[in-house]
Design a protein around this ligand. Structure first.
Ligand code: ADP
Ligand code: MG
Length: 333
């Protein structure tokens, strides 16, 4: 999706007031009745209705009159609210080009006042899994606030909390700068996703480091669950950075072993196929990946699990609650 932020400059205080009113109405309504928007915004002389027309023109809201005259935010409208909040807070001053389209996100470069370039990830939960989300609605229906805004916001909160905690524990992750709504701001990683790399000077070293990361994560109590060549960045000096954390789970998750083995398997398969690394590689056989290994050379989850740390529990205390985790798992798994 194109993010035309030029419109940001043309939007007035009233425009944002009404946009925020639509957002507030969405806590209880999938489509917010126009009168309710008007009541929340509290503009004089029917001003709300004129503003809504303007917002509609800029595609910041969607008009729906199938049941009653109402509006909902579009992704773009939600993007603008988050961007505006972050700009007001001085986190960045301008939005640049799009650098990534993930399964459930859009990533842009942003620049601070002093010209530092950062990365901004806009979560779009429900873009691909909307059907899955719908079928799980029964569970979520009792939460009247449930909708894609809420889920995208949860994903951003989780990503920010995990990125921060992992960074503090010495994991190679982007540094977490700030977040608002469904938007996470982080340092810009130099390099490319591993999937784009055709040749490596030391594939064995990279392999070892990556498997070591999966093991060390588990030792801290966490499993990435989407650890693959798309979510590992590598630079020209073959330094690695891991990204993309909204689907992480605790080692005490009922399917933890399966997720752990799957992450490991992805890495083994990729290095075998792309760099022709032999699974009988000495380093793997002799356990230099930093843990016990099974007969097939894979690190053993059960031996790690026993002594796992409690980063998962620390995170539950950081504002991203257990209940939030359950809600987000309904979408991802
Ligand atoms: P998704 O959850 O949608 O897969 P990712 O976090 O994996 O989103 O990001 C998608 C792509 O955007 C990545 O593969 C990468 O190319 C780019 N990207 C994400 N974060 C950064 C960052 N901090 N710096 C540079 N590029 C990034
Ligand atoms: Mg990804």
């Amino acid at each position: 999706m194109k993010l035309d932020v030029d419109a940001l400059r043309y939007l007035s205080k009233e425009d944002f007031r009404v946009l925020t009113a639509v957002e507030m109405g969405m806590r209880n309504h999938e489509i917010v009745p126009a009168e309710l928007v008007d009541r929340i915004a509290g503009l004089k002389h029917g001003g709300t209705f004129k503003v809504l027309k303007n917002l509609l023109k800029h595609k910041l809201v969607h008009h729906d009159s199938s049941k009653y005259d109402g509006y909902r935010l579009t992704y773009l409208g939600y993007d603008f609210l988050a961007i505006k909040a972050l700009v007001n807070r001085g986190v960045f001053a301008s939005v640049g080009r799009q650098i990534g389209v993930g399964k459930e996100s859009d990533i842009f470069e942003v620049a601070t006042e002093d010209g530092t370039v950062l990365a901004m990830k806009l979560h779009r939960l429900g873009r691909t899994s909307f059907r899955a989300v719908k079928s799980k609605r029964d569970y979520l229906l009792h939460r009247r606030s449930y909708n894609w805004l809420y889920l995208s916001r949860l994903a951003a909160l989780k990503e920010y909390a995990f990125m921060k905690a992992l960074g503090e524990h010495g994991f190679p992750v982007p540094s977490a700068v700030d977040y608002n709504r469904h938007c996470v701001v982080m340092s810009l990683v130099q390099g490319y996703p591993l999937v784009q790399v055709k040749q490596l000077e030391n594939p064995g070293d990279a392999f070892e480091t990556i498997i070591g990361l999966v093991v060390r994560l588990a030792e801290h109590g966490l499993i990435h669950c989407d650890f693959n060549e798309f979510n590992i960045m590598i630079d020209d000096n073959e330094n690695l950075t891991m990204i993309d954390f909204p689907q992480m789970v605790s080692v005490s998750h009922r399917n933890a072993q399966m997720y752990f083995d799957r992450d490991i398997e992805c890495i083994f398969k990729f290095f075998q196929k792309r760099f022709h690394l032999s699974l009988q590689d000495d380093r793997v056989e002799h356990g230099d990946v930093g843990s016990d290994v099974e007969d097939d050379g894979r690190p053993s989850f059960s031996s790690i699990e026993k002594s796992a740390g409690s980063l998962d529990k620390e995170l539950a205390a950081s504002g991203f609650t257990r209940r939030n985790q359950e809600e987000i798992e309904k979408v991802h798994f």
